[in-house]
Design a protein around this ligand. Structure first.
Ligand code: ATP
Ligand code: MG
Length: 464
């Protein structure tokens, strides 16, 4: 075990969430061991803003519940405490050890996972050394049972234990390896790389919703291009989305046009707020273009049905990853309407188009495509201007405040993708000039900006 004292590392309590500190102090003041654990310690040591602050303790779930009125115990097999502060949840779990495993011809199975353990056992059950560090609230020291400090300095992603076993126990760890390496700019160590190449196809044994969740997490932190490149190199992409992998192989590999679209997505100023529909559309856009060109050359004078092409192209993503219907329909709609933004809004029925439920996403998608293709932004700016005008025109007037008004809803947190469920088109004559809109439902007008879809549930620990 290595202990790095408070003056030898950069973690300061100023950078720790005050509610997480409250939980840590309450546990420590009632005689328990209380550590900040996992990704938050890693990110604080790297000078990054942690996404969430998880806590590990020797207090048992029922002790934790007694200490915090705002505590809910969740999980059937291993009980975790969720300590709730408004919308924030501080996940607090009792130290546990690696579950027992048994091996059969078909793989490695974890049998039991509800066994409490020591802090050392808890560190060793984690996936990567840089994710196995603890910050002790009593001494302010960082505690390292797994060699994570050295690996953080060397920017190396290394499995805790034998990667051949750890990846087979839980194949989603392979996707996590790719995600962390891309996000942090770390090198995957040799043993892990070999194991990835050997066991990549085990990813098909993992639960589809977990895999889908991890695929969309690859788009976060502006690192989708690096992440999908690793996914392709380690052949995980070939297992998960063979159509995308084959497209990369056939279109120049490292020089495939796909990378420029993902790079533009990563560089987009609104990257963090983009919906999964926009992300899926960016990933599949080069495949869509290729298909479109083929159809157009096969029918030089006939009309090609872009929506049909988008549907065909996205079919594999939808069926293999079981993506939510809303994400699927949004991606199809984006590809379908995208060319409309290549015409001036002054010419056609631009005022109506800005009321399309997916219009804000279509704008974002077009911005990304133009960035990738180094295209002219003049028309896009015209659409943006028109959209902004419509938003301003539909802003609630003071006398409308507090009334049952569509804009009032816009402040409510919503699952944006829910809102994008395609609905039957109602015939109407464009936006009503001035005054509150009559339409109901989000996405009925431009005042409702459709953003994402926060990444799916934060918990990906397979053991729960
Ligand atoms: P992020 O910033 O994306 O939240 P994180 O490292 O906090 O990254 P989480 O998915 O929130 O990742 O998981 C929290 C911690 O739980 C990890 O740091 C790791 O120690 C442990 N963990 C999560 N998933 C696994 C897994 N599949 N196998 C082993 N340990 C895991
Ligand atoms: Mg986390």
């Amino acid at each position: 075990m290595v202990t790095r004292e408070r003056n030898a590392h950069c973690i300061s309590r100023v950078n720790i969430d005050p509610d997480a500190l409250r939980v840590l102090y309450r546990l420590a003041n009632t005689g328990h061991t209380a550590y900040l654990v996992g990704g938050s310690v890693r990110d604080l040591l790297l000078g990054r803003q942690p996404k969430d602050f998880d806590i590990g303790t020797d207090a048992r779930p029922n002790d934790i519940r007694r200490l915090f009125r705002n505590c809910f115990l969740i999980g059937r097999r291993f009980r975790l405490a969720h300590i709730v502060f408004g919308r924030k949840v501080i996940e607090t779990s009792t130290f546990r050890r690696q579950p027992e495993t048994s091996e059969s011809d078909n793989g490695i199975y974890q049998t039991e996972d509800n066994t409490f353990g020591t802090p050392e056992e808890d560190a060793k059950r984690r996936d990567f050394t840089v994710n196995g560090l603890f910050y002790d609230i009593k001494t302010f020291a960082v505690i390292d049972f797994v060699g994570g400090l050295k690996d953080l300095e060397k920017k190396t992603l290394r499995c805790i234990g034998d990667p051949n076993i750890r990846f087979r126990e839980d194949p989603v760890r392979m996707m996590r390896a790719v995600k962390f390496a891309a996000r942090l700019g770390f090198t995957i160590d040799r043993a892990c790389r070999k194991a990835l190449l050997k066991h990549h196809s085990d990813i098909l044994n993992a639960s589809v919703p977990r895999v889908c969740e991890e695929v969309f997490r690859l788009f976060t932190y502006n690192s989708s291009s690096a992440a999908f490149k690793l996914l392709w190199e380690f052949k995980l992409l070939q297992d998960l989305l063979p159509d995308v992998s084959a497209y990369i192989d056939a279109s120049g590999k490292e020089k495939s046009p796909l990378w420029k679209y993902l790079a533009a997505l990563d560089a987009d100023p609104q990257n963090a707020d983009l919906s999964n529909g926009v992300r899926a559309a960016c990933l599949y856009y080069p495949l869509f273009l290729e298909h479109l060109r083929k159809e157009e050359s096969a029918a030089p004078h006939g009309r090609v049905n872009k929506q049909h092409i988008a549907r065909v192209v996205l079919h594999a993503l939808a069926t293999r990853l079981h993506i939510p219907k809303a994400t699927h329909f949004t991606a199809i709609a984006l590809m379908d309407v995208q060319r409309r933004l290549g015409e001036s809004p002054k010419k056609g029925r631009g005022h109506r188009f800005v009321y399309h439920p997916a219009f804000p996403e279509a704008l974002a998608f077009q911005r990304i495509l133009l960035t990738a293709e180094r295209g002219d932004m003049t028309l896009l700016n015209e659409w943006q201007e028109l959209y902004d005008q419509e938003v301003a025109r539909n802003a609630p007037r003071p006398q409308d405040e507090g009334q049952d008004h569509p804009e009032a809803e816009a402040d409510e947190p919503r699952d944006a993708e829910e809102d994008q469920q395609p609905r039957r088109r109602r015939r109407r004559r464009g936006p009503r000039p001035g005054g509150p809109r009559q339409e109901t439902g989000a996405g009925a007008g431009p005042a409702v900006t459709v953003t994402e879809v926060s990444p799916p549930s934060d918990r990906t620990d397979s053991d729960d």
